[in-house]
Design a binder for this molecule. Structure first.
Ligand SMILES: [Zn+2]
Length: 527
């Protein structure tokens, strides 16, 4: 494996190479995560000084300002932005149609003694090139105040890079524990630094409704709060105002991160019945309890036989669609308990009326009806893999989570559905490191042997899931996610032949310093 890695790093030597170049030497200078597609290390260095400027055309001024905001605070340099060369050395950002073959997110980074050049087909590629550049600087560049005594030196390199998968995601559970705007922005910043591009916000579940909906104010008045008998700390409950969400969406967009909202249905919805009990099969009013102090996952569910359920969901989704520009809306669909549907005359009536076989088909009918609604608004539906039970629509995207059940993913892909891989075996970061070590995450192969025969284009990518019922403070959550998410970032970005655990673990040690500077806690362990 080491040899393979060397080959991929050296590729074609068009310029004088340091010789001999070993994997060890490369990692000393190239500590980047995720590992780029091709790197050629050249002789010499570039030094950013008080005379360095940024050069960018009119269409890249925003990215140039972003670059300056990344580099100015620690260096203390002004880094003026010019449209034309202004003498001295400089960092240039440039769009080029010639790089169309690197796709939407690919870029080239060329560093010589005189200049740094980031070229890409579009802005997203430019942004990823900027992240690679940040990682090549001494890690003190992440400091927010001027650092004295550091030379801002970059190795001369030619890098050509593009991601393996277009979906490189992280799901955060905001229901079981609420995480505020500051915390979410910290995660968006870290995601951008490691080229992760999808933040999946699990906003509703049995333990709380976390987003303002104008039409149903009781969702936030009642369903966002734990019953006072549990004396839960106030910071663990609450909700996002629409204005907070707009701010987060803007913040994420500027950093190549797309936010995908999740509104759970038809199960994992007992919190809704604290506010609107008439939407369940039994009409019973419930209270919201923390996961381990109450019944955990409840066996109540939206009534599929009452028209008012769909009126509610369509109104809620309409407001969600307005807030989130993503083309995807996640509707959950997992672990929907069917006992209440079995005993409910309205649900049984629906089964009869629509000629369905059983409750699994009723869930499938429910999901398809919601999908038709989302499609009519120009959105695509994502659901957890249970949405395939009872018949899967041909256009839904399936988030595969039940480890060891690749047959579900296989069947969906064979039918032509897109799939996102988030199996419990490698991607559940609420699990302990004993069960899922960083190395285990790193060795995850989304295109496993079982999926060898399928069209790989239907595997959009990978996603880490963090459920917040066990670890409910910021340091604990950080340690569950970091450094495992860095391993998954490389699984999602880097082609398999370029992945090597020994090499990655060396780069990871270097990244710990960067995580410190980003105020991120992490599990410093090799287990
Ligand atoms: Zn019912």
């Amino acid at each position: 494996m080491k040899d393979l890695l060397l080959i991929s790093i050296l590729i074609i030597s068009l310029s004088p190479l340091k010789e001999p170049v070993t994997a060890g030497e490369v990692t000393k200078e190239i500590q980047i995560i995720p590992m780029p597609s091709e790197i050629i290390v050249l002789n010499g260095t570039f030094e950013m000084t008080g005379n360095t400027s940024i050069q960018a055309g009119h269409n890249l001024l925003l990215k140039a300002e972003q670059l300056r905001a990344y580099l100015s605070p620690a260096s203390g340099y002004k880094l003026p932005i010019n449209k034309e060369s202004a003498g001295g050395n400089y960092i240039e950002l440039k769009l080029s149609d010639e790089l169309l073959h690197l796709g939407d997110e690919g870029y080239q980074l060329n560093i010589t003694h005189e200049k740094v050049l980031i070229t890409a087909y579009n802005m997203r590629g430019i942004f990823w090139g900027i992240q690679t550049l940040r990682q090549l600087f001494p890690h003190e560049i992440l400091r927010e105040a001027t650092v004295d005594g550091v030379k801002w030196i970059l190795p001369c390199v030619n890098i050509v890079d593009k991601p393996r998968f277009s979906w490189r995601g992280l799901m955060i559970d905001y229901s079981r524990t609420f995480w505020n705007t500051r915390h979410t922005k910290k995660y968006i910043d870290a995601m951008a630094y490691y080229k992760l591009n999808k933040l999946h916000m699990h906003l509703t579940d049995d333990q709380g409704w976390r987003i303002e909906i104008d039409k149903y104010s009781a969702l936030t008045e009642k369903a966002s709060k734990f019953d006072t008998i549990y004396h839960e700390p106030k910071e663990r409950e609450g909700f996002y105002l629409k204005e907070d969400i707009r701010e987060l969406v803007r913040y994420a967009e500027a950093r190549n991160v797309e936010i995908i909202p999740e509104i759970e249905m038809p199960g994992h919805t007992s919190e809704v019945f604290a506010a609107y009990p008439e939407l369940s099969c039994t009409g019973e009013t419930l209270s919201v309890s923390p996961f381990f102090k109450g019944p955990g996952i409840q066996n109540v569910i939206f009534c599929a036989g009452k028209e008012r359920t769909f009126g509610f969901l369509e109104n809620v989704l309409s407001e969600i669609i307005e807030l989130f520009p993503s083309k995807y809306v996640h509707i959950g669909g997992d672990e929907a308990p069917k006992e209440k549907w079995k005993a409910c005359p309205d649900c049984q009536g629906a089964i009869k009326k629509y000629g369905l076989k059983d409750e699994d088909e009723l869930q499938s009918w429910f999901t398809k009806r919601i999908e038709v609604f989302l499609n009519s608004k120009g959105k695509k539906l994502i659901g957890w893999d249970e949405i395939s039970q009872g018949g899967l629509s041909k256009t839904a995207t399936v988030m595969f989570w039940r480890g060891g059940m690749e047959n579900i993913a296989l069947a969906a892909i064979t039918q032509g559905n897109d799939v996102i891989m988030a199996p419990t075996s490698h991607c559940y970061f609420d699990y302990s490191y004993k069960n899922i070590s960083t190395e285990k995450v790193y060795t995850f192969e989304p295109l496993s042997d079982k999926l060898e025969s399928v069209n790989p284009e239907h595997i959009l990518g990978v996603e880490a899931c963090f459920w917040s019922h066990i670890d409910r403070t910021e340091p604990k959550m950080d340690r569950q996610i970091f450094p495992r998410i860095l391993a998954l970032a490389e699984v999602g970005w880097t082609e398999s032949p370029n992945r090597n655990w020994d090499n990655f673990s060396l780069r990871l040690k270097h990244q710990y310093k960067s995580l410190d500077l980003m105020s991120i806690y992490y599990m410093d362990t090799n287990i």
